[in-house]
Design a protein. Structure first.
Lengths: 320, 252
């Protein structure tokens, strides 16, 4: 509901079609239903975060947008063109940062970019100019002649991003863009993505780092077992579904039982995981802080996307 | 976009190849040159002429054709399989406006170009062994390219079916090596008993070996047209099948 209203507003304001619009998208691999009747839209200038446990269908969904996986049913329109029929034209206007490193290991940083610009048939002089800009934008200009094998994980990711931007895409698809990177490298990438967002680039992001998604996305789409479980604005969803803040308390079973009783005086939901009590407060529960004095150790923090994610998809491990 | 966008994939491969030029040339040319030396110069000195040629002259054009086959087939098996799996080059390419058809044409034309280069270098080396090709040899070049297309496509078919690198052992042991030995490079197919001859003449390298010999010495004894048409048809089918199988593997 929230989703529909805010979308309406945006499309009225800009008077334009959504960049991506997907209806009833379904994919079966044999008997297995991997994507089950998914619908969503991405408005121009928006960043939509795809969340979901392993095997939820995120990557399959992206691969269907790109025509790398054939859809079993449903409709995909990108830039108001029907996919996969118009794939050549659509892909000319999309940039993709894939989950797995697909750089050419034998080529240098600059040669990688020149080769990729060739696939887009970007005229040589224009390509050279863009490569120069992108090398500077991603702080890679000192490494231009380096062979890919000699680059760090962060440099490779930045190069993948630079490569995805060569064709000045209207839609940027980021599949786990900072996976396996150290905090410095992640922050540098976030900073660059924020600049691109400010310039109006539309983005589709998947990530397991929920702080990354909260930071970048204006809309999230939570997938599980191939279905959209929830979609909307992250802050609103957290407040609606989880609450305002969370108390995490460690203690013995007896202590936690006593606390659980006290917290019933406040509008909150509770969860016990091992010797830990989680209290998701829907109102200001400050008055109960004094009873926490008796407990071993506790923290009080704002509710976040991770709480929402766990609440929707459970705590059990998903291993595929 | 135009029908030649596969060319950008050819350029990518050429860019990588330039970095390892010596290793690939030695790998592709070592074997045919050594065979020419051992069989032609070593064994051939004591042998009676075959079809009016010294044994060295007899086997030289066929070895040129075999150099094309080895070079093209190895490029689109080990080389292409690495790009498909380890390096994920195909995945990266399919995220651009290029499609599977561009990919298949780019890889096959690239393999054929490498094959043709190996063949040309072999031809240039023949005078060192005292073999002087006739001017007709120029007409052999497109045939060598065609044969390169066929064996590149054949290799790419294997790549589309391969589960690991070991799979290519079947291809080299059961396809490429028998073709090398039984396509009329080392002995005249025409002198075999009719059923055997029939089988050997159907092998894809046999017409190219005969054409190579005919054009290398400008001695037109046998019909040429059927060999060319047969090779064209076989190449067309192989390219189509490579495209079909690679699409099935890449687009789920």
């Amino acid at each position: 509901m929230i989703q529909t209203i805010s979308q309406q507003k945006i499309s009225d304001a800009s008077g334009s079609q959504p960049v991506v619009s997907v209806t009833g998208l379904t994919k079966r691999f044999g008997e297995r239903l991997v994507v089950d009747n998914i619908s969503f839209a991405i408005q121009r200038g928006q960043c939509v975060g795809f969340l979901g446990p392993n095997g939820a269908g995120k990557t399959t969904c992206i691969n269907m947008l790109l025509g790398l996986v054939q859809k079993s049913a449903g409709e995909i329109r990108i830039f108001d063109l029907e996919a996969p029929r118009n794939h050549r034209e659509i892909k000319a206007r999309i940039g993709v940062v894939p989950q797995a490193d697909s750089l050419d290991p034998d080529l240098s940083v600059e040669e990688n970019l020149r080769t990729y610009a060739g696939y887009f048939q970007i005229p040589r002089r224009l390509a050279r100019q863009r490569i120069e800009e992108l090398l500077h934008f991603f702080a890679l200009h000192n490494r231009r002649d380096e062979i890919i094998e000699h680059l760090s994980g962060g440099q490779r990711r930045r190069l993948l991003l630079a490569r995805a931007l060569l064709n000045e895409p209207e839609l940027l698809i980021l599949d786990e863009p900072t996976i396996g990177l150290d905090p410095q490298a992640r922050h540098l990438i976030w900073e660059r993505l924020a600049i691109l967002q400010a310039q109006g680039t539309t983005m589709l992001l998947t990530s397991h780092y929920l702080d990354e998604v909260s930071r970048l996305s204006q809309q999230v789409l939570i997938l599980d077992h191939g279905q959209v479980v929830l979609q909307g604005e992250p802050r609103q969803l957290i407040t609606d579904m989880v609450g305002l803040e969370v108390f995490e308390v460690d203690g013995t079973a007896a202590e936690l039982d006593a606390l659980a009783v006290s917290f019933r005086q406040c509008n909150a939901t509770q969860e016990r995981v091992g010797d830990k009590l989680y209290v998701y407060a829907r109102e200001d529960c400050s008055r109960l802080v004094k009873v926490l004095g008796n407990a071993g150790s506790w923290v009080r923090r704002p509710a976040n996307l991770e709480d929402l994610f766990i609440q929707l998809t459970g705590r059990s491990l998903r291993e595929t | 976009m135009n029908g030649f966008s596969f060319w950008t994939i050819w350029l990518r491969n050429a860019r990588v190849w330039k970095k390892n030029i010596l290793a690939t040339l030695i790998g592709n040319l070592g074997q045919p040159l050594l065979f020419l030396l051992a069989m032609g110069y070593g064994l051939g000195r004591d042998m009676a002429p075959v079809a009016g040629l010294t044994y060295l002259q007899y086997i030289a054009p066929g070895l040129v054709a075999s150099a094309v086959m080895y070079s093209a087939a190895l490029e689109t098996t080990y080389g292409s399989y690495t790009r498909l799996t380890v390096q994920k080059t195909y995945e990266a390419i399919l995220m651009t406006p290029l499609g599977v058809v561009d990919l298949v044409l780019g890889e096959i034309v690239w393999g054929a170009s490498k094959g043709m280069l190996a063949g040309v270098i072999m031809l240039l080396a023949l005078p060192l062994f005292g073999v002087m090709p006739s001017p007709w040899v120029v007409a052999l070049l497109p045939m060598l390219f065609l044969s390169g297309m066929f064996f590149s496509a054949f290799g790419l078919i294997m790549t589309a079916l391969a589960k690991n690198y070991d799979f290519f052992n079947y291809f080299t042991s059961l396809v490429i090596t028998p073709l090398f030995l039984f396509s009329g490079i080392f002995f005249p197919v025409q002198s075999m008993a009719p059923p055997v001859r029939g089988v050997l003449e159907m092998l894809p390298l046999t017409p190219i070996v005969s054409l190579a010999r005919i054009l290398c010495y400008g001695r037109f004894g046998e019909p040429v047209l059927m060999k060319i048409i047969g090779s064209l048809l076989a190449t067309g089918c192989a390219v189509w099948l490579a495209g079909y199988l690679l699409r099935r593997r890449l687009i789920q």
